[in-house]
Design a protein around this ligand. Sequence first.
Ligand SMILES: Nc1ncnc2c1ncn2[C@@H]1O[C@H](COP(=O)(O)OP(=O)(O)OP(=O)(O)O)[C@@H](O)[C@H]1O
Length: 360
Amino acid sequence: MSLDRIRLADFRNHVATRLEGTARFNLLIGPNGAGKTNVLEALSLLAPGRGLRRAQLGDMAREGAHGGFAIGADLISGISPVRIGTAVRPDAPGRRQVQASGAPLPAARLAEWLSMSWLTPAMDRLFADSASARRRFLDRMVLGIDPGHAANSAIYDKALRERNRLMGADERPDPRWLDALEREMADAGAKIAKARAETVAALDAHIAALPDAPFARPKLAVDPAAPADAEALAEIWRKGRGADRGAGRTLVGPHRDDLAVVMAGSGRAAAECSTGEQKAMLIAITLAHAALSAGARPLVLLLDEVAAHLDPDRRAVLYERLAASGAQVWMTGTETEPFASLPERPAVWHLSGGAAERLP
Ligand SMILES: Nc1ncnc2c1ncn2[C@@H]1O[C@H](COP(=O)(O)OP(=O)(O)OP(=O)(O)O)[C@@H](O)[C@H]1O
């Protein structure tokens, strides 16, 4: 179960890149600035959301081209491949369009087709970063297990934006309109909170059964900003209207949840662990998630510059666990040497100047 026949058109420095004959392990090798991360970013747009750089759509279109871009791939799962794709048309530059089997699809529904997660160098700071960055990381993992999470999040975010708009407006909002919005937020918010709690509990239980080495073992918990019960949420928002109007936004709710991580051995908060320990815990969480979410839908893992920073023993364990997860794995590097111990023969592309050449 994997992606193949991948096409990038006018995406960042890629004019027309084709990646065919993919394998379980796929390596993108090339010098700095060649366009390796750009390929991972393109693949990340085959999932709901803004992709692994969270960039603006306008920044992703190739400079000097017509302002749009397209990404397509065959999703091999089941009997016949399904063509999935996403594109931005030059005449609608702010809108990402998504298709599956030639039919338009809301981006949130891509989660029903495949599950995607990634580790990038920018995530090295995740534990010291904002709660919103950790919440996004958590939500992507939840999506891999519960694809309905994307739709619930979309409903919640839309109603929240509308409530925030009313809270920031000069006139006092119509209470009946607020009742309706808060009801919608409460129903979606309770489902979001439940899905987050279940995913974190499953990850934590999986990780607890693993040894402390070679990847420092994290303990995970949701740090909830609000109750997980729809009635209680609706009540909090109804009672908090005065304070929220004062602040001009909704102060409490699952949109403020955080993911709390400590190192199991020492009990130290992840943000206070060494850089290497933090990276090891992120890898442990990503591997646990891969193990838990594999099977239901094709799982694609994008690992940017992960292998080269590990010692050979950790690398070997990483590769073993990746192979066992059944995920399709994409890894980048400036040279092939760190990938010599892969348990299976990888598909390898050499990248340079936004062009990819398949190596034999
Ligand atoms: N919209 C764009 N149009 C054209 N080129 C772009 C665009 N956005 C980024 N680039 C170019 O893409 C290149 C960076 O590509 P990418 O980040 O994929 O490199 P990389 O191969 O992962 O390198 P590294 O090993 O340094 O991480 C840069 O040269 C950058 O100028």
